[in-house]
Design a protein around this ligand. Sequence first.
Ligand code: SF4
Ligand code: SF4
Length: 668
Amino acid sequence: MHHATAGSFLAIPGVVWFWILSVIGIGGVVFSLSRRFQLLTIGRPAERFDRLGERFKHMMVFAVGQKKMFDDPFAGLYHIFIFYGFLVVSLRTVSMVIEGLFAGWQLPLMETGFGHLYLFSKDIFEVLVLVGLAFAVWRRGVQKKPRMIQSFGAWLVIGLIGALMITDIGSEASRIAAGAMDGAFLPVSAAVAALFKGFSHSALQTMYTTMWWVHLAVLYYFANELPYSKHFHVYTALLNVFFANLDAPGKLPSMDLEEIDEDTRFGISTVTDLSWKQMLDLYTCTECGRCREFCPTTLTEKPLQPVLLTKMIRNQLYSEQNQLLGSPGEKGSASEEELVPVVVDPEIIWACTTCRWCERACPLDISYVDKIVEMRRNLVLEKAEFPEEAQPAFRGYEVNGNPWQLPAEERANWADGLDVPLASDGDFEYLFFVGSPGSYDDHGKKVSQAFVKILKEAGVSFAILGAEELTSGDAVRRLGNEYLFQMLAQQNIETMNAYGVTKIVTNCPHVYNTLKNEYPDFGGNYEVLHGTQLVADLVRSGKIHLTEAVEEVVAYHDPCYLGRTNGEYESPRFLLNAIPGLKFREPDLARDRSMCCGAGGGRMWLEEDLGSRINQLRFSQLEQTGAENVAVACPYCFSMLSDAQNETGHEEAKTWDVIELVARSLRT
Ligand code: SF4
Ligand code: SF4
């Protein structure tokens, strides 16, 4: 209930000044946002206006529901307090602005049940926001999680939000104490108002007016500061999540190599080669550092820390804004500053293993691998600048279809004497796509032989391409050689389509990802299974029986391209559990939090001469489970982890592929 004095009490002196402040405050925000929007319009196109229903749902779960924030439950909880509190209080803030512009105006419906409910929730949320901020202060100032980036800006924003809450509670308390407002639905403000008992009406009026002015001055400052700070996500987060990549995470964007002319820019060289969505990513990063928490390059002291990469490119984009857009009313000029090597050291770009931990961790769906691979594309295709160790691998892939430059006709030598059917022999159900390690590497060959043993035992109809198989192209594509990748992909697809292939099985997660997610862009549409998926089905359906005990204790390492990228965690675990006698342990970093072995993104073929070694760090995590041995489901993980065992003096320890363990357990 408002008292008779309410109108005069609420009238804020200095209305002209408030109009001036508002024109500057709101005008500044509109100007800053329109410049940032204009900048997006000069980015490259990105197809993100499809699947609107799916996008809306994704936004509700991940942005409104803040799903990923709860990966760190404590941070998730306090961010929820701040996020929802901020939303609820915004309505009151808008009403304060209107009160200032039109003296005596009040929010409608405040005398209704809706109004009372709103006042009550606002009062409670303001306290929750303050509690959330106190937790944030503790996090930053006391706990100091290593992933966090300490900056003055972060403290400033905590202070500004705190000031908004305190001044609102203070203004409500002054109104209540002056009898200008009923405190029945504002328990916290009413409790504060009790402290002002005995204050004169004019003292309360001064207090109210001061709180009101400070609140709105802080608001305008905050709103204007956002587009220039890491807290720009307050404006952009919902949009960035709405326009997130909804395709399979492991799929890289394809370049149209048929439509090129002398003006075609390959990959990303300058900031204007970024798509508008990639620019929006840069606007949205909050520098929370979750992306670097388990980034293998960050953990092994290499120069790539995903959040810092975003900051470098964002700073460059912002620094070029005036030149690119021109002064208001003028025409801008093109960007000339090459990102690599001027802004970003090439070592940063070549360090990435494309493990996608960063993307899995980012609560705002900021992407990294597409940008990094597109920067590699520019270096490889336009400038022919890449680590020299990549050259022999590129040559091997191009001439022989394998990275070791071994003769293509020896590709099926591993199958000698095993009576393995070739696709050219006639009908089959599954094409076993062996991959280069499965064909040429000593251990890979053993896994291929074990797999054939299982398929034969189960009576599966299968065939291989033999010498007609080429590498899938996963590594060359991730090393930036899009030309060579498309050449290899087209040739494989031509071969497989000619044999009428519909189902493919492979033991290599890189082949699996590329054939399943990337070949469809080039006319290769198949049902693709990983070896562990098919074998798990064979066990479940009773086509094979695992009867022989395998007395081993193994820690299972999830390969990035099977697990995090393609969501297959259960089949290898099912098989490990099904093998009699075998015990398996889970490392702390397992499933979608698994840490990369260091081989992905073509890193298998590059030297690792900066920082410590990724494979050794991963092996130490697996070793901490107490298991003597390691089980993997990827030939590259096998190679990295067995090397790590040898490099760290654990020669007695073994790394097994899950397929080998299954074959050992088959009835003999
Ligand atoms: S993909 Fe992996 S290695 Fe590359 S930046 Fe992300 S977390 Fe780091
Ligand atoms: S990219 Fe995402 S996870 Fe990394 S700092 Fe920015 S918001 Fe946080």
